[in-house]
Design a protein around this ligand. Structure first.
Ligand code: 9MR
Length: 470
């Protein structure tokens, strides 16, 4: 279908729809007409448009009304992860996950399950396990959770982020150390538990076709298809920012994976930036998905900029007050154009051609954002530090600690975490015995300047406020 015939068709269809509706229901509100929301516009080509939802925000009416109006596929941002659903071994907790699932289903929406097996956000009891014990615990987790949600999940992220950031091989993790076949074992367990759910492998930095990580995942999926391992889809998180920008060969990547016989889904889209540049990138991503038949839907990772895990990068479609941004309009328009790119690009390369220059992605886009909160200044001290809770979910939380130099610059810092904090996932610092020291690259802080580190904690969050810095 040519671009012009698509748009003519769309115009004729909407004109007909308006005439028909006008004749029968005189009070129909035009804003509810097909194509006037993201979900309606995506539905025109049989696709979904989704968002991540945090259970604790559902009683915020601005949040839930935007979510209900615009999106028809829902992912629990944290509530179906391993730490949330199995806080102690064999003791499953589904209340927050169910809250999201029930909200979605009662509003006629489908649900993507996220995520059954992952090296991160493991419950504390699992983090210290290894070998056969861990393998069995992981398979039990996959089986139990997929069984609990059986028949209610459109697609599961069965395994999340199992590839290393560089080199094209697997990421080292306790799960990986149980043996290379842990991923296929997880997929088989998920299929047995819920044969109706599509089973996806989900990762980040797999957007650029030339990157080694993309190739690593591609080769795994190809191998799984060849050997009959039950895999139905590949999720591209697509967290884009200046360090990990939207690649011009994104469509090629989607096409090449699709050619393996899997669905491709954009699962956690956010694009840092603002204005027309951000709007154009969103339109490009939508056009790329719509150009690939097997790209069945797009999920953005949150509703408003203020809901984002990277809120300072304003990467979403609604501003903090819930107003539609330029990126919203460009996304809606691109969906309504039915896959015609705004900016005609070069046709994608032959999917059978291997990439010529496998390089390593520059940064890890999943590094959590810095926290803009400024700690209190103590002109007499060498440094001050304050802890903020960026996010919390049943069984865990994400904290950010801002370390600020006093009236003189510092060269190296030590922050004592509040007692009772338990984490195995800390970035921008080095943890030993409850004390975090600077990473090699962020020890020097100028007078009055600050740096941050963060971590994912187990259990309930400590209170925010000052922590000891030396
Ligand atoms: O958005 C999620 C944030 O609230 C959590 O603190 C964080 C903890 O790991 O996970 C975020 O979601 C991640 C997703 O589950 C997997 N891909 C990367 C996402 C952003 O970090």
């Amino acid at each position: 279908m040519t671009p012009s015939s698509m748009s003519r068709r769309a115009r004729v269809a909407s004109a007909l729809a308006i005439v028909t509706l006008g004749a029968t229901i005189a009070t129909t509100i035009p804003a509810q007409a097909a194509g006037s929301t993201l979900q309606a516009a995506a539905s025109e080509s049989g696709r979904y448009f989704g968002t991540a939802i945090a259970a604790f925000k559902l009683n915020d009416s601005t949040y839930s009304s935007i979510a209900n109006r615009e999106f028809n596929m829902i992912t629990a941002e944290n509530e179906m992860k391993m730490d949330a659903t199995e806080p102690s071994q064999n003791n499953f907790s589904y209340s927050s996950g169910d809250q999201i699932l029930n909200w979605a289903r009662s509003n006629g929406k489908r649900v993507r399950g996220h995520a059954l097996a992952w090296h991160s956000q493991q419950p504390g009891w699992m983090q210290n396990m290894s070998g056969t014990q861990l393998r069995n615990a992981m398979l039990n987790h996959v089986t139990q959770v997929a069984t609990h949600y059986k028949g209610k999940i459109y697609a599961w992220d069965v395994v999340n982020e199992a590839y290393a950031d560089s080199g094209g091989g697997r990421r080292d993790s306790n799960l990986q150390r149980t043996g290379d076949d842990w991923i296929e074992a997880a997929f088989r367990a998920a299929r047995a538990a819920d044969p109706g759910a599509k089973l996806c492998y989900n990762d980040y930095n797999t957007d650029n076709w030339t990157w080694a990580k993309t190739q690593g995942v591609y080769n795994m999926v190809k191998d799984f298809k060849a050997r009959g391992v039950p895999i139905d889809c590949v999720g591209f998180q697509s967290h884009f920012n200046s360090g990990s920008p939207y690649p011009s060969n994104y469509r090629t990547t989607l096409q090449n994976f699709a050619a393996l016989g899997v669905e491709v889904q954009i699962t956690e889209l956010d694009i840092e930036g603002s204005g027309q540049q951000q709007a154009q990138t969103y339109a490009n991503v939508v056009a790329d998905c719509l150009a690939v038949k097997a790209c069945t839907g797009i999920t953005v990772w949150g509703v408003r900029d203020s809901d984002s895990w990277r809120s300072s990068g304003t990467p979403l479609l609604f501003d903090g007050s819930g107003n539609k941004k330029a990126a919203y309009t460009s996304t809606l328009d691109a969906l309504n154009r039915g896959g015609v790119p705004t900016d005609p690009t070069t046709p994608p390369t032959d999917p059978t051609t291997p990439p010529t220059d496998p390089t390593t992605p520059p940064t890890d886009p999943t590094t959590p954002p810095t926290d803009p909160t400024t700690p209190p200044t103590d002109p007499t001290g060498r440094c001050t530090a304050s802890l903020a809770i960026a996010n919390a979910w049943p069984g865990g939380y994400q904290a950010t600690v801002t370390v600020k130099a006093g009236s003189s610059s510092i060269n190296g810092w030590r922050v004592t975490l509040p007692s009772g904090v338990s984490t195995s996932n800390l970035w921008n610092g080095v943890l030993a015995n409850g004390v975090v020291t600077n990473a090699p690259y962020n020890g020097s802080v100028g007078a009055g300047q600050s740096t941050t580190f963060g971590f994912v904690g187990n259990g309930s969050a400590p209170s925010a406020g000052s922590v000891t810095c030396a």
